[in-house]
Design a protein around this ligand. Sequence first.
Ligand SMILES: [Cu+2]
Length: 501
Amino acid sequence: MAGRAQSPELNPYTIERFVDPLPIPAVAKPAGKPGHYRMEMAEIAAKVHRDLPATRMWGYNGTSPGPVIETRSGRSVTVEWVNNLPKKHFLPIDFNLHGAEKDKPEVRSVVHVHGAKTPPGSDGYPEDWYVPGKSVTYEYPNQQDAAALWYHDHAMGINRLNIYAGLFGLFLIRDDFEDRLNLPKGPHEIPLIIYDRTFRRDGALDYPTSGMPEMPWVPEAFGEAMMVNGKLFPYLDLEPRRYRFRLLNAANGRFFHLSLSNGQKFLQIGTDQGLMAEPVVLEDFVIAPGERMDLIVDFSGHAGERIVLKSDAFEIMQFRVSPGLVQDGNTVPAILRPVPKPAESLAVRTRRIPLLEFKSPTGDSMTMLLGGRHWDMPITESPVIDTVEIWELLNTTDDSHPIHLHLVRFQILDRRAFDEPLYYASGQIRYTGPVVPPESHEAGWKDTIRAHSRMITRIIVRFEGYTGRYVWHCHVLEHEDNEMMRPYEILPKPAARPTRG
Ligand SMILES: [Cu+2]
């Protein structure tokens, strides 16, 4: 930071691994009355590792990740989101970005519950930010199936910094259907919120910059220090039995490619928006920022072993299975929950939306746009409530972008490679590869989907719940903060014309 000497960067390969137990985030307690919560954002000093001094972070109710808000389908909750953050930001703001100009207060926040079917006034519209000393109360009706959602900051132009600082947590919805499945629960159901960071040797969080003090934005922020639930390279003591892991990728930009060091397999039972039709066996998989997975791992037969969860060459955490035998009363049924896919013939409209990247003359990424439009241009995506649409995400860029639509759940239809230079030259689509079905771990209800480079990714969406203004965006937070986000509006049904009789 300007004006003071910085401690050198921490080399995460020099720090001892697996010395801190994995923290299990607390379940939030109602404040005053059932179903009402008070969540206060404030600066905290968090010990991320035994051998590091405490780290300045921002958290909810004293921790990062914040406490888990846990509720049931159909049970409405209200949350007072209190901004008690300092007035100065401790991470490098880029005042050139939309909504982060010098005339705006440095510290602003607004909370979005990712994956929630929420009325527009409570969805955390990025421009609905408020400053330290203020609070808002949002309502979450939770008229949706059991799923692992997550709350996080969504303030315009500084979202990547606020989340990097620690402003995120889980929001679990449960229901009777899920209860009947006899899945591992209580101490055998573990949230795993994974993300990467860079630290200084004095424990300070370090956010990368471009090297240009007037334009510090970087197109991606990757660290090699792997965090799970607020600890650096933690370990978890387990019994030799089944566990259910509620996995969230809360990283700014890193796609994790996860596997277990002993080659053991995961059994996936859920996607972003809840249970799948049937379990899927995975040896390894990619999870992009914003995505969640519901996983069962059976450690019976692995008593006494130490198993590392890794992402390619990166170690993330260690599972330590106790010796001996335990009785595992939980099961995983072969059939989970029906996931009906809307027929393509139901779609009233197909929107083809290009994902575009603009580079400087030196080849540096400058900005990425959805549909070639900036945030403040008029709304172009305005589906009618209770109609089905197909969105074709035509990715002309070099990166895969995790695209998230607020309010709705959807399914992926397929992906297909196309001739990108021809598209640029003439707007014409010529496919260059076969239709690729969704990967097995995407076969369920999604709210965030990877739009792969030089492919057209098709999703089918029913716009239901509420009319009004929402957003859709890339969940690489550096992209989102720099124009890769657009408003969309769900319109009411047109008034019925009187019929002639
Ligand atoms: Cu992106």
